[in-house]
Design a binder for this molecule. Structure first.
Ligand SMILES: [Zn+2]
Length: 157
């Protein structure tokens, strides 16, 4: 009868029986202890399916979080590189423009828009204004300057 009960408990695969089995084991005689121990072992091995699923979910979440972290790090590194390239390009551009202006009478000249790539006129008047205000050379053409669209274009704007 007791053996049958232990068998039923084993078949239940219900791990919540384990603490009761542990207590039961303490008060049983030797032969029964072996059976109870056996039942405990079986229950511990037969984890409920949903617990395994839970572990799987957790592992998957960890993996995704790790991927997210790595992607974020990559993105930041890429942004840093991009910013550095932009800085260098801007300095290079400034040098070229200063060189072109050297020894010349003030004159209108074209700048290339960093956004749309179109050339736009930077007039003497504007140059003087920018110089007075201490502004750096404009990067954007008039269209892009007054556009609220952000660069880089995603096609969604
Ligand atoms: Zn433009």
């Amino acid at each position: 009868m007791i053996l049958l009960l232990i068998e039923k408990i084993k078949e239940s695969r219900n791990q919540s029986f384990i603490p009761y089995l542990e207590l039961w084991k303490e008060i049983e005689y030797k032969k029964m202890r072996k059976e109870i121990n056996n039942a405990i072992t079986v229950l511990k091995q037969n984890q409920p399916a949903d617990r395994q699923a839970e572990q799987g979910r957790q592992a998957e979440q960890d993996r995704q979080a790790e991927q997210g972290r790595q992607a974020e790090q990559g993105r930041q590194a890429e942004q840093g590189r991009q910013a550095e390239q932009d800085r260098q390009a801007e300095q290079e551009r400034k040098k070229q423009i200063e060189k072109a202006m050297e020894g010349n009478e003030p004159h209108d000249f074209y700048l290339k828009c960093w956004i749309c790539g179109e050339r736009f006129l930077f007039t003497v008047g504007e140059q003087q204004f920018y110089k007075q205000k201490g502004f750096s050379l404009p990067k954007k053409c008039e269209d892009c300057r007054y556009s609220y669209r952000e660069w880089p274009f995603t096609g969604e704007n």
